[in-house]
Design a protein around this ligand. Structure first.
Ligand code: ADP
Ligand code: ADP
Ligand code: ZN
Ligand code: ZN
Length: 816
């Protein structure tokens, strides 16, 4: 190979990671390269598992030679050679639970700048000393509120919890939070000794006595007279108010049971000292543009930009800034922030605030934040490897994102984009199509070249969708059985909104990012249905309270199923076999073999989650975690069982010449054949294949599954037990991460659910999914404050006649 021919190209030779079939490939640099193919075809194995992994490996070798041993353990990608590969940065959606302390401000690093701005350019109270930037962060000792230690919340008792039944007397236990038994009797004697009645109903006691009994910090000692035969001589007893008792138990008690009991009487509330900001009073006293840093963290980015702009233009007069050098620095910080915030506005994220917790962001929102952050990093000569950047985007929001990708390229970078959105693929400079099918049926490069050339590749499923201009059959729209009506919804940007949702049909809730779709569907609607059914609240927000007017029609629903993209488990211990329940059936099969019975191995012996049959060295994980600088949560195969998860004795048991570890290594397709005559296993496996997951291995850890795969596993688990009728299925963007061919499979399954008498409500951007629905509810017109209203409802055909952002795209799709 000569330099003149290889320059500007990344050359891959002999890539065999996962299902890749000894792939050779040349990809241009300084280009946007789309990796396409059905899910499971091997796109990620190539883009992330091979190219990105190799770039990472080289980087770590160069910075930390001592890490080499560990890296060898983790394993380099299975590839003969890669040349011309620049350093890589991955912007991946899957994996890694965001930490609850990270926010929009920390992801974008704008929080650092804002703190510097307040430190240098803030307006301080007269005579106050200037604070360092750290003093504006609740996560540093210098900035943390002394009361709540920077958490922003404190536990406190409430009167309703302390005294649940105010008609009781103290003797009958009005103060529920007080201890029972001897201590309780003691406290009653003290109250009596203080001259307060313990026999009158609580609600007849004077208010000041009530407050004192519940909340005082005073602890008078009272001489308790001998009372009947109970004690034979007097003693001094110390008083504890209900609050001080509860707080004392929470702070001091070693007994889990006591602490748990005490927790029943407290709620977590915004810290009164810092108003929930977690900051010290000195920091909160400093303002910029008339706002404290805590307030600035809650305003939408669009408003932050305006505030920075005004102050910036009117120029700092140096009053708060202490000298012109400092004010010049402040000017620079402000203008730097303006540029960065504008970037976020361009990407349609102006409705977010800096303080917004990252756990409440959608995957699309957080990926766009990280992309915008990269834009400012000024790196060039880098490969950015992106996982479906268009996921979660309304077609109207996708355009600015694509422009950002082009700008990253123009500043001298290469973009490898794993993508399903055909509009994004069409705009790429180069496409690498992998396939033709998933798993063993894929792993080959079907095409690598400019997009147009893919048209002639008959084997490619992607080509069929990319170049199809055949009109699609218009479905006959179903008629609703009944309606749910929710009036006057007030939450986030929904302000007095009224919504009518049809039952017995499939509905798509549409609208640009931030218009209120998730708030309506996964919060308000899900919450109302849960309360109607009397089931536990949102696992993420059990304390959610709702502000709605009247609600009707919920009684037609028997059951609620939320099929979201949250992981099916957060550790490598959970996998698809355990999640769907099919592994129980498999373990029983192994326990029923002659050899297992002779050895008295029960089904538990074949579990990797309990001691007995599992490998002790790795406690059944098959992997041990390796601490690698900069590479959190890296796993290396266990040196004892080599990933099998079981000990040698357990692996001596075979069912049809196969060990339990072999079963976990099978794909769903293989297992479906192997267990064809085992009905309990076969049912699970069939539904998994129906949703297009035949390529997954049974033991693939939950942490390796994409959000889309997790969602389809949940759906399959649901389908395997689906009964007739009256279940409400809520799905937030079920098509995210799916190839159009996989979207088709998924929609067919959802249609089956509706045909069986159930209701399906989707939050969706995907045009085929919207066109497949019976009814559409379009929210908008914009995001954040500019959204929150129903702009159109009706059949997809009807929606297409409107003029909004969604209408235009639906019309274009229907009239292709
Ligand atoms: P895509 O990105 O096209 O959806 P992947 O590259 O994720 O596909 O998967 C390709 C094949 O490799 C699939 O059969 C998948 O089950 C398998 N695979 C993915 N990750 C792993 C892994 N960590 N170990 C073994 N096989 C894997
Ligand atoms: P969509 O699903 O249409 O993208 P969302 O329902 O997520 O829109 O958001 C609607 C509005 O509510 C936005 O202004 C968003 O910033 C706000 N919002 C959503 N979730 C939260 C939350 N957990 N806390 C505060 N505001 C939120
Ligand atoms: Zn506080
Ligand atoms: Zn082991």
């Amino acid at each position: 190979m000569t330099d003149s021919t290889t320059q500007g190209w990344v050359q891959v030779r002999g890539a065999r990671e996962h299902n890749l079939k000894n792939v050779d490939l040349d990809i241009p640099r300084d280009a946007v390269v789309a990796f396409t193919g059905v899910s499971g075809s091997g796109k990620s194995s190539l883009a992330f598992g091979t190219l990105y992994a190799e770039a990472q490996r080289r980087y770590f070798e160069s910075v930390a030679p001592y890490a080499r041993r560990l890296l060898n353990q983790v394993g380099a990608p299975d590839v003969d050679q890669i040349t011309g590969l620049p350093p890589a940065v991955a912007l991946q959606q899957r994996r890694g639970a965001p930490s609850s302390r990270s926010t929009v401000g920390t992801i974008t690093t704008l929080s650092n700048l804002l703190r510097m701005l307040y430190s240098r350019a803030g307006t301080y109270p007269a005579g106050a000393a200037h604070l360092a930037a750290e003093a504006f962060s609740p996560n540093t000792p210098a900035g943390a509120c002394p009361r709540c230690h920077g958490l922003g919340v404190v536990h406190d008792v409430t009167e309703e919890l302390l005294v649940p039944d105010p008609t009781l007397s103290i003797r009958d236990g009005a103060i529920a939070a007080w201890p029972g038994a001897w201590q309780g009797a003691n406290l009653r004697s003290i109250v009596h000794g203080l001259g307060i009645s313990i026999d009158k109903p609580w609600n007849t006691l004077p208010r000041k006595d009530q407050e004192w009994l519940l909340f005082t910090d005073e602890q008078p000692s009272v001489l308790i007279e001998p009372e009947r035969d109970r004690i034979d001589h007097g003693y001094y007893g110390k008083f504890w108010s209900a609050r001080s008792h509860v707080m004392h138990v929470l702070a001091q008690s070693q007994s889990e049971r006591m602490r748990e009991r005490a927790l029943r009487f407290v709620v977590s509330v915004d810290c009164p000292a810092c108003g929930g900001s977690g900051l010290r009073p000195e920091a909160l006293a400093v303002t910029y543009a008339g706002r404290s840093i805590a307030q600035m963290n809650t305003v939408p980015l669009a408003e932050l930009a305006a505030a920075l702009h005004n102050t910036h233009n009117s120029s700092t007069d140096g009053r708060g800034a202490g000298g012109s050098e400092a004010s010049e620095a402040a000017q620079r910080i402000a203008s730097d922030m303006i540029v960065r915030v504008n970037e976020l506005l361009t990407l349609g994220l102006g409705y977010l605030s800096l303080g917004r917790n990252s756990t409440t962001l959608s995957t699309g929102e957080s990926q766009r934040l990280r992309i915008a952050t990269q834009l400012r990093s000024g790196l060039f000569g880098v490969v950015y490897v992106l996982d479906e950047p268009s996921a979660g985007l309304h077609p109207a929001d996708a355009e600015p994102l694509l422009e950002v990708l082009d700008r990253l390229k123009d500043s001298g970078n290469t973009l490898f984009v794993v993508e399903h959105d055909l509009d994004v693929v069409r705009r790429a400079d180069w496409v690498v199509d992998i396939g033709p099918n998933a798993g063993d049926g894929g792993g080959r490069v079907l095409y690598s070249g400019p997009v147009d050339g893919l048209e002639g590749v008959t084997e490619s499923v992607t080509a069929q969708y990319l170049f199809a201009d055949n009109a699609h059959s218009i479905r006959t729209v179903r008629q609703p059985d009944s309606w749910i009506t929710i009036s006057d919804i007030t939450r986030h940007n929904l302000r007095g909104t009224t919504v009518e949702l049809p039952l017995g049909v499939m509905t798509a809730v549409t609208g640009v990012s931030g218009s209120g779709k998730s708030t309506l569907v996964t919060q308000v609607l899900a919450h109302l249905v849960r309360s109607q059914l009397g089931v536990a609240g949102d696992p993420d927000d059990p304390a959610l309270t709702l502000d709605v007017g009247s609600v009707s029609g919920l009684d037609a629903i028997d059951r609620l199923v939320v099929v979201d993209q949250r992981p099916i488990g957060r550790t490598p211990r959970s996998n698809l076999a355990t999640y769907t329940g099919m592994f129980d059936a498999v373990r029983k099969l192994f326990a029923a073999t002659d050899e297992a019975r002779a050895r008295r191995y029960g089904a538990g012996r074949f579990s990797f989650n309990v001691p007995g049959g599992r490998c002790d060295a790795c406690a059944g994980e098959g992997f041990v975690s390796v601490e690698l600088m900069f590479l959190p949560g890296t796993y290396a195969p266990c040196e004892v069982c080599h990933g099998a998860r079981y000990n040698a004795e357990t692996l001596e048991i075979t069912y049809r010449d196969t060990t339990i570890a072999d079963v976990l290594g099978m794909t769903v397709d293989t297992a479906a054949e192997f267990f064809a005559d085992v009905p309990s296993a076969e049912r699970s496996l069939r539904t998994l294949r129906d949703v297009g997951l035949g390529y997954l291995r049974l033991g693939q850890p939950a942490t390796e599954l994409s959000g889309g795969e997790a969602q389809r596993i949940k759906l399959a688990t649901e389908l395997q037990r689906a009964r007739r009728g009256h279940t409400l299925y809520l799905l937030d963007e079920p098509t995210a991460g799916l190839h159009p061919a996989d979207t088709r499979l998924l929609l067919d399954q959802l249609q089956r659910l509706v045909d069986a008498g159930n209701t399906v409500i989707l939050v969706e951007h995907d045009l085929p999914a919207i066109a497949d629905s019976d009814w559409v509810i379009d929210l908008g017109p914009g995001g954040g404050d500019a959204g929150g209203t129903v702009v159109a409802t009706g059949t997809p055909q009807h929606i297409a006649t409107g003029g909004g952002a969604t209408a235009v795209h639906v019309a274009a799709w229907l009239n292709r």
